[in-house]
Design a protein around this ligand. Structure first.
Ligand code: ARG
Length: 283
């Protein structure tokens, strides 16, 4: 009898917990919408959209796959921003060019992938405030005599298709230079360097540094060339006229302002971010 009662007790407890859990989710989901009306349940599920965010996750330390999950500085930043904005989202590794097309076609709500803000892209997309400063570097096999961008002339150069690294290489070597090989992912460009299919890769400095650090036996080094490669900034990329851009960009600015960005930055890069420079770039 005693036993039966304790089962009953546990049963009630469980039901109670489920009930509380259900209330809990309701509360966080419709904090701004809750008007206490009967139809609340329906309108809530219709309104609480899960935003689709695309990336190309071979771009460590910004986004890369680990145990089937997209991790990296961008992943953590995105999480903090969406928490600040109070929006649900799904972060998906769809590939670089597919992401560009899907954001433009509004099949994705936005893209976060170390995406450079530039005038050309601004014709087709809207951007958030800038969140990371970057420039290009040349990664090359040891023994190659490369001291500036001009030394890329006459050697095989690998880039990721449709990136500003590809633009930078073309600026130096000419647009349809057949020595430039374009790869679908950043990982494939580095692989080509390893295989000897190309002798150098032009890509974003922090990603290159991470590759060099993680591949101590690959026999590669890197240089930058400030005269040839410009400074650029990453931003979240939205379809033109996106209804979410303002809200999410504001949340990003808040996260940059309130110290959260600094925390995430320190975790990934070990030093302090130059917040003032970022804010200046946003003006
Ligand atoms: N910053 C460069 C660009 O916007 C490269 C970005 C590549 N990102 C990536 N996840 N593979 O063109």
């Amino acid at each position: 009898m005693k036993k039966n009662l304790s089962f009953l007790y546990v049963g009630f407890l469980l039901i109670g917990m489920l009930f509380l859990a259900a209330c809990g989710t309701n509360e966080t989901k419709d904090s701004s919408e809750n008007n206490g009306s009967e139809s609340e349940g329906n309108s809530e599920s219709a309104e609480k959209k899960v935003l689709q965010v695309g990336t190309e996750a071979t771009f460590a330390p910004f986004e890369y796959m680990e145990k089937g999950e997209i991790v990296g500085f961008d992943a953590d930043l995105l999480k903090a921003v969406m928490k600040e904005a109070g929006l649900d989202y799904e972060f998906k590794n769809v590939g670089w060019e597919a992401m560009l097309a899907s954001v433009q076609g509004e099949d994705l709500d936005f893209g976060v992938a170390g995406i450079t803000i530039n005038d050309k892209r601004k014709e087709s997309y809207d951007f958030s405030v800038p969140y990371f400063q970057s420039t290009h570097v040349i990664v090359f096999n040891e023994g190659e005599n490369i001291t500036s961008a001009a030394d890329l002339e006459g050697i095989k150069v690998g880039v990721q298709t449709g990136t500003t690294g590809a633009d930078a290489a073309e600026k130096v070597l000419g647009e349809n230079n057949k020595n430039i090989s374009k790869y679908e992912t950043q990982a494939l460009a580095f692989m080509a360097l390893k295989n000897g299919d190309v002798s150098a890769v032009v890509t974003d400095n922090v990603v290159a540094a991470e590759y060099v650090k993680n591949n101590p036996d690959a026999g590669v080094e890197m240089i930058t060339d400030e005269a040839s490669f410009e400074s650029e900034y990453y931003g979240f990329m939205f379809p033109k006229g996106s209804e979410y851009k303002e809200e999410i960009s504001e949340a990003l600015a808040t996260v940059i302002d309130n110290g959260t960005y600094q925390e995430i930055y320190k975790e990934w890069f070990g030093n302090d971010a130059d917040i003032d420079a970022l804010k200046k770039a946003a003006e």
